[in-house]
Design a protein around this ligand. Structure first.
Ligand SMILES: [Fe+2]
Length: 176
């Protein structure tokens, strides 16, 4: 693929990158690892304009609802499946869709989502971000709308969100 000279890649370019990497399992298969206690991720590539990550999801593992701190991104499911709640930062309504192996998504900086492996087998996905991640905002979806929990500086798509998960659960209970 021919990359533009711009520092930031488009969602379409990032989607081409994750799709092409997913089709070359010899470049990532040896790095697949499943951890029952948390999602496992490893960076496959990084340069100024973008980075690529492999994420391994055991059954039931999910992210919190999050954006990508102003980065655009893309992901594809290489093995297994993921369910995604997704929407825009400026809108409170989320939609839900399922991604089977071979499906890919590209998104801009105003995108937020929560991904979960609700399938019966571990899942492997490939993700790209441009520019590389520097911060992620985490949210929880409440009956009153999308609630911003916190921004976390990070250089990984899997920062520690243990405290936020408890905070989100408390808010959901309080709004019942
Ligand atoms: Fe994400």
């Amino acid at each position: 693929m021919e990359l533009s000279n711009d520092v930031v890649l488009s969602p379409g370019q990032l989607r081409e990158i994750v799709e092409s990497i997913a089709k070359l399992p010899k470049t990532w298969q040896s790095k697949v690892y499943f951890d029952l206690t948390e999602r496992y991720c490893v960076r496959l590539h990084r340069e100024d304009a973008y980075e690529v990550w492999l994420i391994c999801w055991d059954i039931g593992q999910d992210t919190l609802l999050h954006d990508h701190g102003g980065s655009s991104g893309a992901f594809t499911v290489a093995k297994g499946s993921l369910v995604e709640d997704y929407g825009k930062i400026t809108k409170s309504r989320l939609r839900t869709r399922r991604h089977k192996a071979g499906k890919s998504v590209g998104f801009g900086p105003d995108y937020l989502h929560n991904l979960v492996n609700v399938g019966m087998e571990p899942t492997v996905s490939i993700h790209a971000y441009s520019p590389p991640l520097r911060v992620m905002n985490f949210y929880c979806s409440l009956p009153s709308g999308t609630h911003h929990l916190r921004a976390i500086e990070c250089d990984t798509p899997e920062p520690d969100t243990t405290a936020l998960e408890a905070e989100a659960a408390t808010l959901r209970v309080a709004q019942r």
